[in-house]
Design a protein around this ligand. Structure first.
Ligand SMILES: [Zn+2]
Length: 412
């Protein structure tokens, strides 16, 4: 099967010229005197590199949608093309994972799974073959609550170079497209895990927020997003060239202070702790709700107790609650099976077919299940299956092919 890899090369002399012009421009543009002084030795850090730009979704997978019908797959492709132009002007080689409205499922080789999972595998294979210096995956977000807004950049947990890149890209996005209080965050997304180069996933905004969806519909706003991402990447390279430490004000020592311990909940008999989405735009995490679940007091079977609690979670936050649902209400839990320390939750297809979220909301949906079940069965791992099979994906960013442990990071 032939695979198209799009590599744009600017011939020799033109490349040097373009790089010189760009560095001049970038120096003025980034503004800082510190950056300006460092310009001469920087040409080697910018031109001649290869960036893989990955517009998410495509073809049969539209990604998330705005109320007005704006489609994630279309706006992220437009941003990717604009981003490519910035890199081309800097004599940086670009590889786009797609240029048309299609997915990469047919390029996944032997990989099994549903179309969305094979699409991810196709992107991973392409990124590995093209040996880029870094990968930028472009997505848009959606959440059941329309109040959530703001671009956000993700890296795979424990990947230090990716985290540094994410912090710098997020910083420029906030600076240029604010108000936005979101910070770069770790996210367990398959593509970021499986590619060897530093890789980030940029959620360019929430299509579920009417104001942001309207902005994302405007070409000039998408241009500003592309410019901001490009500037963040250049800053990352500049930092590498200056010995690896972020040189941008306010970013030195980006390690956050140790987080405060989470509150301990005392539950009465017959009560469960359920995890839902945070109430406001500043609460981009899971928050607990105490719920009376009569079956907990009556049922002896652990499977039935878990079943009852997960059904409460699927029903959504309680009446009058300020929290947001994380899972599609139509999804049904078909069976619970406990084998050793692994709890298998088997759902019907509605879990996948009725889920319309971005990468972060997919992560919150998955861990609302995992963390709720680990409240009931401390220390267990949770395997989420669809019609008996592992390896499903809710929205094409995570692959549910292994039992997951409780995640405390999504609680703050
Ligand atoms: Zn997406």
């Amino acid at each position: 099967m032939s695979v198209r890899i799009y590599v744009v090369r600017i011939p020799g002399v033109a490349a040097v010229f373009a790089a010189a012009l760009l560095l001049l421009g970038v120096g003025v543009w980034l503004g800082g005197e510190k950056v300006w002084r460092a310009l001469t030795p920087l040409s080697g850090f910018v031109s001649g590199r290869t960036v893989i730009i990955d517009p998410g979704h495509g073809g049969p997978d539209p990604g998330c949608l705005s109320a007005a019908g704006l489609c994630e797959k279309e706006i992220v492709l437009d941003v990717a093309r604009r981003l490519e132009i910035y890199f081309q002007r800097a004599a940086v080689y670009t590889v786009l994972t797609r240029r048309e409205d299609r997915d990469l499922a047919d390029e996944a080789g032997e990989a099994g799974g549903g179309r969305k999972v094979r699409d991810l595998e196709g992107r991973i294979a392409l990124a590995r073959r093209s040996r880029g210096d870094l990968l930028l995956s472009i997505h848009a977000n959606a959440f059941p609550s329309p109040v959530w807004s703001g671009a956000q950049t993700f890296y795979y947990p424990g990947r230090e170079e990716s985290r540094r890149l994410a912090v710098l890209v997020q910083n420029v996005l906030v600076e240029r497209l604010g108000p936005n209080t979101r910070k770069a965050k770790a996210g367990e997304f398959r593509l970021l895990e499986k590619v060897p180069m530093p890789a980030v996933l940029v959620e360019i905004g929430f299509l579920s927020n009417p104001r942001e969806a309207e902005l994302l519909g405007r070409p000039e706003y998408r241009e500003r997003i592309a410019e901001a991402i490009f500037t963040g990447v250049v800053q990352y390279w500049l930092c590498q060239g200056q010995g690896g430490e972020p040189a941008v004000d306010g970013l030195a020592g980006v390690q956050p202070p140790p987080a405060a311990p989470l509150p301990q909940w005392r539950l009465k008999q017959g009560e469960a702790l359920l995890y839902f989405g945070g109430p406001t735009n500043l609460d981009d995490f899971l928050a607990p709700e105490v719920r009376a679940v009569p079956a907990l007091a009556q049922e002896k079977s652990l499977e039935k107790r878990i079943q009852a609690v997960v059904e409460e979670l699927l029903a959504g936050p309680g009446e009058g609650s300020i929290l947001s649902p994380t899972l599609p209400r139509r999804a049904r839990l078909r069976k619970v099976r406990v084998r050793g320390e692994v709890v298998q939750l088997d759902f019907d297809r509605a879990l996948v077919e009725s889920f319309h979220g971005g990468a972060r909301s997919e992560e919150l949906a998955v861990y609302s299940l995992v963390n709720t079940v680990t409240e009931l069965v401390p220390g267990c791992r949770v395997l989420i299956t669809v019609e008996g099979k592992a390896g499903a994906t809710l929205a094409g960013h995570m692959v549910l092919d292994r039992p997951l442990s409780r995640n405390e990071e999504v609680l703050r």
